[in-house]
Ligand binder design. Sequence first.
Ligand code: ACO
Length: 336
Amino acid sequence: MYNSKIIGLGHYVPENVVTNDDLSKIMDTSDEWIQERTGIKERRHVKKEGGETTTSMGVKAAEIAIERAGIAKDDIDFIIFATLSPDYYFPGPGVLVQRDLGIKTVGALDIRNQCSGFVYAVSVADQYIKSGMYKNVLVIGSEVHSKGLDMTTRGRGVSVIFGDGAGAAVLSREEDTSKGILSTHLHSEGQHAEELALLAPGMGGRWVSDIVADDNPDDESYYPIMNGQFVFKNAVVRFSEVIMEGLKTNDLQPTDIDMLIPHQANLRISQFIQNKFRLSEDQVYNNIMRYGNTTAASIPIALTEAWEEKKIKDGDLVVLAAFGSGFTWGSVIIRW
Ligand code: ACO
């Protein structure tokens, strides 16, 4: 009987900072509107000429995580990559990481669960390790949103929120079952699939050849769509439920939480959860102000920064929680 434990963390964000004022020069928006609704002040976007991709950023984050884990690349037994913005429609980025890191021919799996992607990926890694199948699993969440956003006023309700970045964790076997990942909790509700979605290139049943024939660069299927208020209302309910589910499973109370790392969807959502569970600002880590919403990368980036800033100590109860497109949501309960 084993547990799994996070033994290394890393993150990488592109250098290019895009402020709310920068956005207000290319679309009808304002720093005041964005900050008031979302808490976001700036985000990172890859540069057009820089050649950075979801995979290349994931590789950079993974290299840091592996080094901090104190293991060699060839000690990695399995790779899991969570993203909604893969370099290619297929193959997925997991195999590109295996190639670019020069890891031997271990298995590589891609997770397509959007904002909940990292939580789903950690849950899968945890089960592989608990079953004894693998010892060290590399988990990556990485996103390049900027290449696929509608950066005109038409797309402002979505495009001001998202940013680019990557985070990675190495999970490893832990013999002491009172430590490490205590439990994970996953959910989905597909009836709301189109409330937050990107329809291309699957196209919801349309023929790609018809779209190519139409040659319509303004086809909105290529841009993400979001019913913001509906997403917000569902997010606050599901975040609360899945955190409570995780705590109850382990006979714990909200007062036992030392650090909550919520998916960085919107600062107002994080603050709602903080108030609901009566947590102090020190017990909830937020960095959406600096990076925007980086979807599957947001939790590993935030977790890495919280750890680097020594806000997480040995023995702490750390809770990860996410909600997003699908809808999917989930939580991870960790005794650090
Ligand atoms: N700048 C200025 N005005 C804007 C912008 C913008 N960027 N975007 C929308 N508006 C306008 C709208 O056109 C609308 O104008 P109108 O009243 O004249 O029609 C007005 O602002 C209000 O629009 P709403 O969409 O109702 O604004 P709301 O207060 O709901 O805020 C927001 C929008 C920020 C998207 C909010 O709904 C939200 O955060 N929802 C949750 C979204 C979320 O968290 N998504 C990610 C979670 S899942 C995941 O991570 C994939």
